[in-house]
Design a binder for this molecule. Structure first.
Ligand code: NAD
Length: 563
């Protein structure tokens, strides 16, 4: 079987070390070295020059006493930047205690107080976008421009959260004379978030603003591969006036994730990442919640129905159909950008293009556009795409490309042997285009690299059938100039997020993430209205104040401020 030769995604792909050695940062060129050193000087929680990344617990950036550490390495050069701990049990308990304690006051703060924090956070993220972007490029490898995009999309969620006074509006009805029933959206308690490596700022910002503005506290576990942006955001939250303990950051891998799943004080988990972890978390969290009503009566809840909430966004295989009537230039440029941007490491990357009918003749033009993309270190001005995250990720992608060759696929553009001058040790893969069929391993697996699978179809119906049979449901797109064709596609395709002449149809934050099928577990999507539902529970109060009992009193003439 070809499968056995393809390295599976594993969490411990990188070796960990226990002793801290100061790396000389010599792998970085001098201008990047300067940026790395500045980042270490400017921020308390993160380092790009060899110091350990700290946990953030109860408002303090604290050095972990962990015995296990994971290397964070620049994917363009393999330079060791920092290390993250596998948070100890004791430290994890401290984070939960800090979050539980902070919840008492934060949940009682007014929505206008919380809104003020969000306004401040928005301003500080804008002001410090360069630091965030530097950290992202260093640790994640994407291009500087793309790193700013990562921040900008997260910032939109912050800006949406500033609408909390409207988002949290309750309902009220006078059901009987003088008797009102009021529905309030109240916070859950301590919530948690577990993030992937591919959007180090955006994905933490999917949860931080909405969890906190709704009155919850949060424990965030960033990806162990690129924790820097989350640490900078934590410091910005502090500077924006967020009280100690409202947000806490613990680092680690599976044991820390399991601790989050198992802790009874944690009421909700937002997970974004791969299938294996996402399913594990959904199942473990859902099945581990046991409530003890009395010494004799306990009840183990299953599923998310009973107060424990999980939202789990996972893998994808996003198809785009190009119809022969499409605007060719727009369609091909869109596909190339969406397939190879961020080195294909976006959950909404287009990884399969279905060329329908005469559009099949456009394959050489598609290849030319892809061939012309510049692969380079993320800080280089001409870079269109950077490296993939790790040598293990590169091996896996190369294995999948190799499997296509062995299973009868045609490699039209082969990026396996690319050399990037000045970055000889980076995890680079050039844009790769493979003509395949749906039985091949490269079609079956999420590749998460700069690899585009080309399928050919005679008709729109054939294309829709392929998409509908795929297990994933994150996103899909069609390129056509016919409204009728677009309408049929939209109606017949069973995917959660659809683009019409748009390759990466990610909803804006006032709407909600709606990936479906095997790409998501849990009923409530990230951000938007769903996030408000996710982070709050309903509380109804019915009260009777008979107007006939009123005493007349003097009215207040002061302007109410509600603080
Ligand atoms: P990953 O699953 O390896 O890691 C995600 C998080 O889970 C990390 O914090 C990691 O420490 C933890 N983790 C990893 N393996 C675990 C395990 N076995 N048990 C418990 N926890 C575990 O994912 P990644 O490689 O960081 O990110 C890439 C994946 O994320 C891709 O599959 C991509 O499609 C997906 N993703 C999905 C979305 C979405 O919204 N659907 C968005 C971004 C990324």
């Amino acid at each position: 079987m070809f499968h056995s030769r393809i390295p599976t995604r594993t969490i411990c792909a990188r070796t960990y070390t226990t002793a801290l050695v100061q790396p000389p940062l010599l792998g970085l060129n001098s201008s990047v070295r300067g940026k790395a050193e500045k980042l270490s000087r400017d921020w308390k929680g993160t380092s790009a020059s060899g110091e350990n990344t700290k946990n953030f617990i109860g408002g303090e950036f604290v050095q972990s006493k962990a015995t296990k550490w994971f290397d964070v390495v620049d994917p363009s050069t393999q330079t060791l930047l920092t290390r993250v701990p596998e948070t100890t049990n004791g430290e994890f308990e401290q984070a939960v205690a800090a979050a539980s304690d902070a919840f008492k006051a934060w949940s009682k703060s007014t929505v206008l107080t919380r809104q003020k924090f969000i306004f401040e956070l928005q301003r500080l993220i804008r002001e410090n976008a360069d630091s965030l972007a530097t950290s992202i490029v260093l640790e994640q490898g994407k291009t500087l421009q793309d790193a700013h995009g990562d921040i900008a999309r997260g910032l939109q969620v912050v800006e949406h959260a500033a609408g909390a006074p409207s988002l949290l509006l309750g309902e009220k009805i006078e059901g009987s004379r003088d008797m009102d029933t009021e529905v309030r959206k109240v916070p859950l308690g301590v919530t948690s978030a577990i993030a992937p490596f591919n959007f180090p700022a955006m994905i933490p910002l999917w949860t931080i603003p909405l969890a906190t503005v709704t009155g919850n506290t949060l424990i965030l576990k960033p990806s162990e591969r690129d924790p820097g942006a989350a640490m900078i955001i934590a410091e910005l939250c502090q500077k924006a006036g967020l009280p100690a303990g409202v947000i806490n950051i613990v680092h680690g891998t599976v044991p820390t994730v399991n601790a989050i799943c198992d802790h009874p004080a944690i009421k909700a988990i937002s997970f974004v990442g791969g299938d294996r972890a996402g399913r594990h978390i959904y199942e473990r969290h859902a099945s581990s919640h046991t409530l003890q009503y009395s010494p004799l009566l306990t009840h183990t809840f299953s599923g998310t129905k009973n107060g424990k909430r999980v939202q789990s966004n996972m893998g994808a295989k996003n198809h785009a159909i190009i119809m022969p009537d499409a605007n060719k230039n727009h369609a091909l440029n869109s596909i190339v950008g969406a397939a190879f941007g961020a080195a294909g490491q976006r959950c909404m990357a287009i990884s399969v293009v279905l060329l329908v009918g005469d559009a099949q003749a456009w394959l050489p033009d598609l290849m030319d556009l892809a061939r012309n993309l510049k692969v380079n270190g993320g800080f280089e001005k001409d870079a269109d795409l950077g490296p993939v995250i790790s040598p293990a990720a590169k091996d896996r992608v190369l294995g999948l490309i190799g499997s296509a060759e062995q299973e009868g696929g045609k490699i039209h553009l082969d990026g396996r042997h690319i050399q990037v001058s000045g970055y000889e040790h980076g995890n680079f893969i050039g844009p790769t285009i493979i003509e395949a069929d749906t039985a091949m391993t490269c079609y079956d697996q999420e590749i998460f690299g700069p690899v585009l699978i080309v399928l050919k179809a005679d008709t729109l119906d054939e294309g829709i059938k392929v998409i509908n049979q795929n297990r994933y449901g994150n996103g899909t797109a069609i390129f056509t100039q016919s409204g009728a064709t677009a309408r049929k596609f939209e109606q017949d395709v069973n995917i959660g997020q659809i683009g019409i002449n748009i390759p990466i149809p990610v909803p804006l934050p006032m709407l909600s993430w709606s990936g479906s099928k095997a790409s998501a577990l849990g009923d409530l999507g990230f951000y938007g209205k769903s996030a408000v539902e996710f982070y709050t529970q309903k509380k109804t109060t019915t009260s009777l104040w008979k107007s006939e009992d009123a005493l007349t009193s003097r009215a207040s003439v002061h302007m109410p401020t509600h603080h």
